[in-house]
Design a protein around this ligand. Structure first.
Ligand SMILES: Nc1nc2c(ncn2[C@@H]2O[C@H](COP(=O)(O)OP(=O)(O)O)[C@@H](O)[C@H]2O)c(=O)[nH]1
Ligand SMILES: [Mg+2]
Length: 321
């Protein structure tokens, strides 16, 4: 277990001291993935390394069950980031033998994901799967979730609660159902995509997607999820989806209607900002920067070195927005 103060990994200074220096012009380079390319072997058994990250907050009662159902044969590593929970989330993670990173202060769901992705990249992930540890999503679907990335057909895959059996059947409250449908429709129209759900807590990202996005400048709150989708679309990454059953029960949902409204309005603002940037009326660095542009060289070196050891190739080419 390690403690981090601000989402930035404080551990491993001795490792960094021995790290090879990265040329400054390489840091400034815009890194864009060679999308059509498949992934090189890196995980166990000669396949890409799959790292599951769980942004946890008061997940003690559901973490074990969520982890138990994860197909271990396709998952190489699990990282739990605890956002200063008030329950035994960290103790449970340790009992399960999971790599736990613990914030010293509560930062919020977006802040939690920032730590999750930085840790996963430093751990050498080729594919990063975000899974909420609240047992809401069927984690047995992870192999199907990563398949489009492995096959080279997609860069991001979302586990949709609106395909298949449907979210209402799984117990999603009607107001969340309607709000989700409305927001997804607005986003689809603005982004020029056709997906059934953009607000899911089960997602898979190709490594190079996370490297290409300045996600650490995003919100510390729930709207992080909408921002990262808008950034993916802006940079031309291909987003696919699969059906994932959902389960609603008290521990699986802490977001009440008031926070949902804040989230909805913030998402509409993200859509507006995307459109202004797309139409050339504004130029926000949140859409144009890469991860290397916004994090200290200390952290980028660790990420860069982890990819150099295992990951897919990145080539310096103009962004196709
Ligand atoms: N870091 C952090 N995570 C939170 C907070 N509140 C909820 N979460 C996490 O955010 C995720 C989504 O929240 P949840 O209440 O399940 O939303 P819903 O299922 O969409 O209604 C869950 O994994 C929670 O653990 C918070 O204040 N901080
Ligand atoms: Mg939930």
């Amino acid at each position: 277990m390690r403690a981090v103060e601000d989402g930035s990994d404080q551990a491993g200074s001795s490792v960094a001291a021995s790290a090879p220096a990265v040329p400054l012009d390489a840091l400034a380079e815009r890194r864009v993935p060679e999308r059509a390319r498949g992934l090189r072997s890196a995980g166990s058994g000669g396949r890409p390394k799959v790292v599951v990250i769980m942004p946890a907050y008061n997940a003690a009662r559901t973490l074990e069950q969520t982890y138990a159902e994860l197909p271990k044969d396709v998952v190489d590593h699990v990282i739990v980031v605890d956002d200063a929970s008030r329950d035994d989330t960290v103790a449970i993670a340790e009992q399960l033998g999971l790599n736990a990173v613990v914030h010293v202060q509560n930062r919020g769901y977006g802040g939690n994901q920032k730590t999750c992705y930085l840790e996963a990249l430093k751990a050498g992930a080729d594919i990063v799967v975000m899974l909420h540890p609240d047992y809401q999503y069927d984690s047995t679907k992870v192999p199907a979730l990563i398949e489009p990335i492995l096959a080279g057909r997609a860069d991001v895959v979302l586990g949709s609660r609106f395909l298949g059996e449907g979210a209402l059947a799984g117990g999603m409250p009607l107001y969340k159902f309607l709000a989700n449908r409305f927001l997804t429709r607005v986003e689809n129209a603005a982004f020029g995509i056709e997906l059934s759900e953009l607000h899911t807590g089960l997602r898979a990202y190709r490594r190079s997607v996370l490297e290409a996005l300045p996600f650490v400048v995003n919100s510390e709150d729930f709207v992080f999820d909408s921002q990262i989708i808008a950034q993916c679309v802006y940079k031309g990454f291909r987003i696919d989806e699969i059906a994932v059953p959902t389960r609603y029960f008290p521990e699986a949902s802490s977001v009440n209607w008031r926070r949902s409204i804040v989230y909805g309005l913030a998402t509409l603002r993200v859509v507006g900002s995307y459109l202004l940037n797309r139409l050339g009326m504004r130029r926000d660095s949140a859409f144009t920067d890469t991860l290397a542009d916004v994090i200290p060289a200390y952290h980028w070196q660790q990420i860069d070195r982890a990819r150099g050891a295992v990951g897919e190739a990145c080539v310096a080419v103009p962004v196709s927005a």
